[in-house]
Ligand binder design. Structure first.
Ligand SMILES: [Zn+2]
Length: 295
């Protein structure tokens, strides 16, 4: 079965969707990724978490969700995130993520990359969305978008939901903003969200976290061999941290192919001319993940 985003005759295009979920990912991962991307002359789309880093609250998930513990052990989460990150929001106060680094946000933009909206409080969305009220979600967006405006100076074109978790209320609320497209799912193909009417550009490739770094590079390059349009999900904490050498290896591998690397807004512009299916997302537990994602 083919595994690319859409028709076989679509050009060979790869988008890099870089999510920044934590304070340490912003502070250390982003500069590292900026340097790697510049070394390869690549442009990416950064989805930034604006507000509090409450990563430490994940400790509650360790108790509630055995799959989460397994994932943390498999990915060596202690080394991946560091001890301080493991305490934010519990024993240590939550530092602000992008809001703490306005200079870095400017650097991302001046290097030619795109900045889009990922989260206000990533951890709470990921763990608590289904239990929260519509007012809570509206407040979450309002705080996050105001922070984005303050940092970037205009409106975000896109929203990428934390951990690819959404619900119907979210797709209603996004209509209040000027998003041009969403990147909220792990679907195989782009589509139009039935509820919001917005284009979805999904992260269809697996990430290192899910397949493991040892097989990660070869698995991703193997999928690219079939051609087509693909989006690779990248995490600043991981590929900009202890897994940077694997990310470099992947960039080297991609350079040897005929894939063109484009930021997501350019991919959206290309997809606009195609008739995309209109449908509802559904939730599915993907291999290597601890909780269901929208697909
Ligand atoms: Zn994220």
């Amino acid at each position: 079965m083919r595994n690319s985003l859409g028709p076989i005759n679509r050009k060979n295009i790869l988008g890099l969707k870089i999510d920044v979920d934590t304070y340490i990912g912003m502070k250390q991962g982003v500069p590292r990724l900026l340097s790697i991307l510049s070394q390869f002359g690549l442009q990416a789309t950064f989805y930034l978490s604006m507000g509090p880093d409450a990563s430490g609250r994940a400790i509650l998930q360790l108790i509630k969700n055995p799959r989460f513990l397994k994932k943390m052990l498999r990915t060596n989460a202690g080394r991946l995130y560091g001890i301080k990150t493991a305490l934010y929001g519990t024993l240590l106060p939550s530092p602000m993520i992008a809001l703490s680094f306005p200079g870095l946000v400017e650097q991302i933009i001046s290097a030619g990359h795109e900045v889009e909206f990922h989260a206000w409080d990533h951890r709470r969305w990921q763990d608590e969305l289904s239990k929260r009220s519509k007012e809570w979600i509206e407040d979450w967006f309002e705080k996050g978008i105001q922070a984005y405006r303050r940092l970037v100076g205009n409106e975000p074109s896109s929203f990428g939901a934390p951990s690819w978790v959404i619900d119907d209320r979210v797709l209603e609320i996004v209509r209040q903003y000027s998003f041009q497209y969403l990147s909220c799912t792990r679907a195989k193909e782009p589509f139009i969200h039935e509820i919001s009417g917005l284009m979805e550009i999904p992260s269809n490739l697996p990430c290192f976290e899910e397949i493991g770094v040892n097989r990660g590079v070869s698995t991703i390059l193997q999928i690219l061999k079939d051609g087509g349009t693909h989006i690779l999900p990248v995490h600043a904490e991981a590929e900009g941290g202890i897994w940077d050498k694997y990310f470099i290896e992947l960039c080297e591998g991609v350079r040897r192919t005929d894939f063109e690397i484009l930021p997501l807004s350019k991919i959206q512009a290309l997809l606009k001319s195609e008739p995309l299916p209109v449908r509802k997302y559904r939730l599915e537990l993907l291999p290597g993940r601890s909780a269901p994602c929208a697909v």
